[in-house]
Write a protein that binds this ligand. Structure first.
Ligand code: 0XW
Ligand code: MG
Length: 368
């Protein structure tokens, strides 16, 4: 058995490169990420990360992640680095809930296990379908002209799936943006309109009926699961759930009740790679498309999304979104996790494949 003997907790500031990242519920210029490093008695390290997307995207915040990790970490010292299920059970026995904080530790144990066994995380999760994954691009709240200009540019860069942020304004403005977008969309481009929970059911119906001649996915139109459920039969577009899918139980319920046609999944929302593997298999069994994303963060969370995304059935895969283009620099300058021609290569040869330079990480605590 290889035991975990130390856990290091770090914080890093991630100012948004370029204009603010604008969604219906927030406009962000700066993010705060939390990183964990699990160290074994043999000196190997596994890394994990969680970076909430500001204080209003989800019920998660950076300070909360670090306090929750502070509660959990001491209970993990001495645990095997090769038993992610027992590792998760120990976390749940130490603190109820707080999946987003536990996710960083869960991702780190998968990274560590891969390094010990000399296997990539995607191989530990069942095997990759190819050596890279498709990415998609999110275009923030903006005018019809600016959105159209960005769509043309992103299509040239090789993106085949584009997510347009809507909401937080008059629904007729969203309809105008969408109409302009459909004018410049290439035939092979798939469009998702992502409201990030901001629409009323009335506005969601108005949007769908007003754009009934266009094909697109409507992602997380309203805040709650019940509001999404009430849209059944009243809108004419497929609905993907994102923010309200807090775990495999909600994913299963939304499939059985016919509420979700697919999912925009976030690893840290559901607890990390262990939970995401279960959700992947539920979606496979129910033939539901899903993306493998996270809210924000650097190479470590990006690599985790790529590794699980690489194992998803390509017929159901909606891509991996990463924040790389909004972050200055990479944790691993030799092997950055980046989008090229609309795709992201699976990093490295073992674990997550990221060897971070920790020189500018602020150490918060060491547990041993
Ligand atoms: C497009 N994302 C994956 C990036 C931001 O974190 C928001 C999120 C979404 O789909 O809501
Ligand atoms: Mg979304």
């Amino acid at each position: 058995m290889v035991r975990i003997t130390e856990i290091h907790l770090y914080q890093l500031d991630l100012p948004v490169v370029g204009p603010a990242y604008r969604m219906a519920t927030s406009e962000l210029t700066h993010l705060d990420t939390t990183l964990v490093e699990l160290v074994t008695e043999t000196g190997l390290s596994g890394f994990g990360e969680v970076c909430p997307l500001g204080p209003t995207y989800q019920p998660a915040h950076p300070q909360g992640a670090r306090v929750a990790i502070d509660v959990i970490a001491p209970h993990l010292i001495g645990m095997s680095a090769l038993e992610p299920l027992n590792f998760s059970r120990k976390m749940d026995a130490a603190l109820s809930g707080h999946a987003y904080a536990k996710a960083a530790l869960d991702i780190a144990v998968w990274d560590l296990m891969g390094k010990i066994l000399n296997l990539r995380v995607c191989d530990l999760l069942g095997g990759a379908v190819s050596d890279s994954v498709e990415s998609y691009c999110a275009i923030g709240i903006d005018s019809p002209e600016n959105v159209a200009r960005q769509i043309i540019e992103k299509q040239k860069q090789g993106f085949r799936r584009l997510q347009l942020k809507i909401g937080g304004r008059d629904i007729e403005e969203d309809i105008a943006v969408a109409r302009k977008a459909f004018e410049v969309r290439a035939p092979t481009t798939r469009i998702t309109l992502d409201a990030n929970r901001s629409l009323t059911t009335s506005d969601a119906v108005t949007l769908s009926q007003g754009l009934r001649d266009f094909s697109f996915v409507l992602e997380q139109p309203c805040d709650s699961y019940e509001e999404a459920k009430s849209l059944k039969g009243r809108i004419c577009h497929p609905v993907y759930l994102d923010e309200c899918t807090t775990g495999a139980d909600v994913v299963m319920r939304s499939i059985v009740e016919g509420v979700a046609d697919g999912f925009g999944m976030k690893l840290t929302r559901v607890g990390g790679l262990s939970a995401m593997r279960s959700i992947r298999d539920i979606c496979h069994s129910a033939n539901r498309p899903l993306s493998c994303d996270d809210s924000w963060g650097g190479d470590i969370i990006a690599a985790a999304c790529v590794h699980i995304g690489a194992t998803v059935n390509p017929a159901l895969f909606e891509g991996v979104w990463i924040a790389d283009s909004y972050i200055s620099g990479n944790y691993d300058k030799a092997r950055p996790v980046q989008v090229e021609n609309g795709r992201i290569k699976i990093p490295g040869t073992m674990g997550l494949g990221v060897a971070p330079d920790k020189s500018d990480w602020k150490a918060i605590n060491v547990y041993s």
